[in-house]
Design a protein around this ligand. Sequence first.
Ligand code: SAH
Ligand code: SF4
Ligand code: F3S
Length: 464
Amino acid sequence: MLKAKDLQGDYNLILDYALVVKRFSKKCIYAFVKTYGCQQNVSDGERMCGILERMGCIITDCEENADIIIINTCAIREHAQNKIFGHIGSLKRLKKQNPNLVIAVCGCMTEQKNEIQKIKESYPFVDLVFGTHSMNLFSKMLLDVFREKKRIFVSGSKDENIYEGFPVKRASKVKAFVPVMYGCDNFCSYCIVPYVRGRERSRKAEDILDETQKLLENGYKEIVFLGQNVNSYGKKLDEDIDFAQLLRRADNFGGEYRIRFMTSHPKDATKELIDTIAESKHICHNFHLPFQSGSDRILKAMNRKYTRDSYLDIIDYAKKRIKNLSLSSDIIVGFPGETYEEFQDTLSLVKQVRFTSLFTFIYSPRSGTPAALLPDPVPKKEKTRWLMQLLKVQDEISFEIHRNMLGKRFRVLVDHDLGDKSRFLGRTDGNLGIEIVEGGNFVGRFADAEVMDVIGRTLKGKIV
Ligand code: SAH
Ligand code: SF4
Ligand code: F3S
């Protein structure tokens, strides 16, 4: 594990850069970072903001006034990628107005050769492109852009070291993301992540627990352990530790706080992990366990390595062991070759488990993945019809779960103000949001809230 200070003088470059900033005619350099995609990417974005701030920049929410714009991309589905290219295209106008503007594109999209080529050819106003494996060189690359005034492309690096000790500027003062592992070795046949994030590697437990302890000492109340497959944590580490053991150790700090984690893979969801959640003081009774499809044939084609029955077994065990368990999942509709009958297997699983919430996606072919080569005869319009059916079933379940909460009290962590200092968002242990409309401002604190009303998908409540 390398520490940031050991990075061949990388921190010195940061200081150097401060001198560069001084030499600019402007007093303040503003940097804007836009992150797309999952929480892992959000966490990377927070690290880039931390580095930019250490370099002497001011982080701004205003893209129009920025001197440096960083677009941190996601490649998970085509729709996400098209939206990002739309955003990058819109920056041409800003570059025209301010030729000194530095535009960088990074993240998962920029670990794909064809996307890099596209940026090279069609977006000449982008100055810097770097992939997820080159994040540790971020400050150096920016400095090179300033010094050399030429376009820089850094991608395809095989560096899979974990770099510790970078500064992080977190978006929230209440809830903090803590990556526990990076990359993915599962190669689900539809998924681009293993190609753009590289092989699975875990942070040392000591580093994770130190970071957690410091965050709690600094007043953070909720720690979210992140990874593409958190429950395979520790597999390649020298120390003998797995995810359940890591959670047990993270459960031992003092005071009131919460630990969440995502994402877990059903093939690695052990009874020991569920026992750990059930017996803990601080780990939320909330389990996000994506099943993707309820059909064994489709699960096999997806290379998911579990069956419908083994998934339901672990869910049953979790429901029995964990009090007031709230479940959520990811589903892909319309995997190549999926039939309507096979989609019905997904629907019946949703009805059987009764998830609190679902993240549902229509299959999107990703170039370079095995599934992209499969015949995909069902038209998009038909897949959309299936998705609508699924959403309708889940809406009814969610509504019933919400209605059952009416008049009851829940311990909530009040996350943030909803805009006008009179409404606040509190989250239950099960990760349900309650809009707090009475009882005062408890942002950053735990409180007991009573649910007063259910309006559509929104729960309204008061602090009691
Ligand atoms: N590592 C996590 C999820 C990562 S991606 C896991 O294994 O569960 C988040 C979700 O995006 C996935 O769970 C899947 O439902 C969806 N997804 C991934 N690739 C996709 C694709 N090509 N088309 C549609 N949805 C996809
Ligand atoms: Fe993608 Fe599968 Fe890895 Fe999740 S576990 S990131 S879906 S390959
Ligand atoms: Fe997207 Fe990369 Fe996350 S592809 S979902 S940002 S790991």
